[in-house]
Each structure stands twice: as structure tokens, then as C-alpha cells.
Design a protein around this ligand. Structure first.
Ligand code: PXP
Length: 236
């Protein structure tokens, strides 16, 4: 079974648009879990324009499923992660000012840096996943530096979904290689009700998806409880 982790950054973006505390991010996380989500994902960025560092601290006290924190491993991010000790951290190579994550790691160029970060986090018993493109040499690099998992960056899959039989091939190769190298496989970015089932069916190694933008947008039409159930159905 593939685990559904709901990325609640968009909920924080909505709250931040007005100041105040509506919608209440902490309550939304609890409700997502009550509605069937099997994990909560947050991506605190240095400018705190979505989820704030303080939200992450509060969420860590209430999340009862898997808590996954994504982000670029600068010092303040690492300090936060070590303070909060989530089940999983997903390291993402995004610059502070990008709109959203837009590439996976080059694990060759960043080998020494990542190895140090991964060792540090694993010493705290935090599972470490690396956000990755399908490039096989980078997957080999991820195994070499001790990552536990990779999260396949699925934007390219999603935006080429009308050629799905072709576009899935590199993801299948990467996931297979990852498993051979003892890396578990997550996926995320632009996954939706339209494209999720095919990805899940074609990637038997898949353990977890984290989904934010499409799921929160669907919730405007279907409600959060229905929407989470609809995504879960795609994964069963
Ligand atoms: N994975 C990573 C590393 C991300 O940065 C994001 C977006 O914050 C997601 C998954 C979820 O992407 P989406 O919001 O498109 O579902």
C-alpha cells in the first residue's frame, strides 16, 4: 500500500494572505489525519511565506501519523529538524526564492555536503529522503552517501501525462535501481487525481506520495474529507 502524505503548505499560504489564524493549520493537519491521511508534509522556506517555523514546532506536537519535513538543508532548517525530530526529512535543493521546488539533487556535485548532513540527521534517528530527478548516476550517488529513500520529482511526469506510456519509463528505471541499491522510493510534485493511479500502478516500488497543490485545490470543490478519500482510493 502506498502512503498518502498531505502537504499542507497551501493551507498556510491561505492563512498568511489575511494574517490571523484562518484557516487554522494545526486543526487542518489533525482533520487530514482524521479523514484518512497517513502523513503530514510541510515545507518551511527561509522567508516563512507558507509554513512558518513555529507551525512546524506546533505540528510536531499534534501529528500522530508520519511527519515529513521538506526543505533545503541550511543551518536554520537543520536546527529546526533536529529540534522537532520528524519521522522523515526530505532534502530539497531549492534556492530560497523559487516559487516551488524545481529540480532534484546532483548527488555527485553535492556529495560531501549531503553526506555530512545525512549522517548528522541519521544520527538523530531521522529517516532521510532526497528529492531526485530520474538521472541514474544521481540515484547511485544517493545510495553512496547513505540516504534512506529518494523522492522522485514527478513534475515532468505530470506535465507530459498525455504521453504517459513513454514518460513513465525513466521513473520505472530509477525506482528499480533505487530498490536494488536499498533505497526506498517516494514521489511528489504535481500529482493529482488525474495522474496518480497510473503512476502508482506502474511503479511497484512506490512507498509514499506527498501531495499538496492539487489536493488542496480539489478540496475547494469536494471538501477535504471527500478529497482525501478520493486520493486514497486512487492508491488502493
Ligand atoms: N515534494 C516536494 C519536495 C515539494 O517541494 C512539493 C511542493 O512543496 C511537493 C512534493 C508537493 O507538490 P505539489 O504541491 O505539487 O503536490
Amino acid at each position: 500500500m502506498v502512503r498518502l502524505s498531505v502537504n499542507i503548505n497551501k493551507v498556510a499560504t491561505l492563512r498568511n494572505a489575511r494574517g490571523g489564524n484562518v484557516p487554522n493549520v494545526i486543526q487542518v493537519a489533525k482533520d487530514c489525519e482524521a479523514f484518512g491521511a497517513e502523513g503530514i508534509t510541510v515545507h518551511p522556506r527561509p522567508d516563512e511565506r507558507h509554513i512558518r517555523y513555529d507551525d512546524v514546532r506546533k505540528l510536531s506536537e499534534v501529528v500522530t501519523t508520519e511527519f515529513n519535513i521538506e526543505g533545503y538543508p541550511n543551518k536554520s532548517f537543520i536546527d529546526l529538524v533536529k529540534e522537532v525530530k520528524p519521522h522523515q526529512v526530505t532534502l530539497v535543493p531549492d534556492a530560497p526564492d523559487v516559487l516551488t521546488s524545481n529540480a532534484g539533487w546532483d548527488t555527485i556535485k553535492n556529495e560531501a555536503f549531503l553526506k555530512e548532513v545525512i549522517t548528522d540527521l541519521k544520527n538523530q534517528s531521522i529517516r532521510v529522503s532526497l528529492f531526485m530527478d530520474t538521472e541514474l548516476t544521481f540515484i547511485e550517488g544517493a545510495a553512496k552517501i547513505g540516504a534512506d529513500r529518494i523522492e522522485l520529482y514527478t513534475e515532468h511526469y505530470a506535465s507530459n501525462y498525455n504521453h504517459k506510456e513513454e514518460i513513465i519509463l525513466p521513473y520505472q528505471k530509477s525506482a528499480k535501481l533505487a530498490n536494488e541499491l536499498d533505497l526506498s522510493v517516494n514521489a511528489g510534485h504535481d500529482l493529482s487525481l488525474e495522474n496518480l493511479r497510473y503512476f502508482k500502478q506502474q511503479i511497484p516500488e512506490l512507498m509514499e506520495v506527498s501531495i499538496g497543490h492539487a489536493l488542496i485545490s480539489d478540496a475547494l470543490y469536494f471538501g477535504l474529507e471527500n478529497t482525501i478519500q478520493m486520493y486514497l482510493r486512487e492508491l488502493k
